[in-house]
Design a protein around this ligand. Structure first.
Ligand code: ZN
Length: 203
């Protein structure tokens, strides 16, 4: 299983990190070892002083596909969830400065939080979903999938021109504005349309 992530998919988040608006989706991969095991706390790694949360809508691929036409992309997933793309922002900044790949800052152990999966049929429209992240009971991020620069089906089409998508692969669709730093003893929880999808403690 691979994790395909999209960067810079919400205009407000691009602005908060002073990034350029991309011409094409920004794509990167996390290894399967990055998945934080269920019910496990997240341990801040020793190589970073600045781990950021990024709450994102997730889509689980249900069958193999390559060069998927966005019009048919909906046939390739049935379940969606919410997760966190943990990012070592200090390390990522250094790598970006040198034009080097981000993997160490994005793909470390535990850097992919995956919430519970729910059938997409539960919702009327995947392009009209509200989600949020709370830290210690205070909402810190709020997203609306209508604000994605590239919608879920367009992302699946785009990504599948480079990578064959396989059953069980997970797509992280990018984070809205409001990313920020975590500290030991923080408690994070993610909500999709008023339903809690994950919660975890930081160590
Ligand atoms: Zn992200």
């Amino acid at each position: 299983m691979k994790i395909v992530c999209i960067g810079r998919n919400y205009a407000a988040h691009i602005a908060e990190l002073s990034n350029e608006r991309p011409e094409d989706p920004v794509v990167f991969i996390k290894p399967d070892s990055a998945v934080l095991p269920k019910e496990q706390d997240f341990f801040i790694p020793e190589f970073s002083q600045e781990i950021h949360y990024e709450v994102e809508l997730l889509v689980r691929i249900k069958k193999v596909g390559k060069h998927i036409n966005p019009r048919f992309a909906h046939k390739y997933y049935e379940e969606i969830s919410l997760g966190i793309d943990f990012t070592a922002r200090d390390l990522q900044g250094k790598l970006k400065e040198k034009g080097l790949p981000w993997e160490k800052a994005k793909g470390f152990d535990g850097a992919a939080v995956i919430g519970k999966w729910v059938p997409k049929t539960k919702y009327r429209d995947i392009d009209d979903l509200h989600f949020s992240l709370s830290k210690n009971g205070v909402q810190v991020q709020q997203g609306h999938t209508a604000n994605m620069l590239w919608k879920v089906d367009e992302l699946i089409g785009y990504v599948s021109t480079f990578f064959t998508l396989k059953k069980g692969d997970v797509l992280f669709t990018g984070t809205p504005a409001g990313v920020g730093k975590i500290q030991a003893n923080d408690y994070l929880s993610g909500t999709l349309e008023d339903e809690e999808m994950f919660s975890l403690k930081i160590q």
